[in-house]
Write a protein that binds this ligand. Sequence first.
Ligand SMILES: [Zn+2]
Length: 80
Amino acid sequence: MGRRRKKKVIKIVKPKIPEVFTCPICGSKSLTVKIDKKKQKGKVVCGSCGVSWETEIQGYEEKIDLYHMFFDKFSEGEIV
Ligand SMILES: [Zn+2]
C-alpha cells in the first residue's frame, strides 16, 4: 500500500456574484451596488455615467437582486 496522499486539493470554486455590473444605460461595467441592511436601503451607482438609484430593501436582498430591480426600473422607463 504505497499510496501517497496527494497534497493538492482541488478547490471547487463557487460561482461568485460579480461585484461590478454592466450598466444598462451606458453599457460600461462600472455599476456598483451597495446594500445597507441596517438602514434597509439599497443603492445602485454607475461610476461611468453617474446614474444613481436608491430603493428600500427588506434586508435579505443580494446585490444581484438589487441589480435586477434596477434593471427592471430602467426597462420601465423610471430611470433616465
Ligand atoms: Zn452607466
